[in-house]
Design a protein around this ligand. Structure first.
Ligand SMILES: [Zn+2]
Length: 66
């Protein structure tokens, strides 16, 4: 086996490794994100509640217990 042949195989293996790595890590996986819940502060008692449970009141929000 000549040196050129050895280099050829070395290059081939190297290219194969590079391609294999690219194939294995195609793109950074985006983790499944929970829908971000906006939290608002109750202007009456200062409690933080999800926006879906709060009610708009004047300048801010009030929680369900008001
Ligand atoms: Zn409140």
């Amino acid at each position: 086996m000549g040196l050129s042949r050895l280099l050829f195989w070395g290059a081939l293996i190297w290219v194969g490794l590079v391609l294999w790595r690219r194939w294995r890590a195609p793109s950074p996986r985006v983790p499944p994100q929970a829908t971000p819940v906006r939290v608002v502060k109750c202007t009456e008692c200062g409690v933080y509640v999800p926006e879906s449970e709060a009610r708009a009141s004047g300048q801010g929000f009030i929680c369900a217990s008001h």
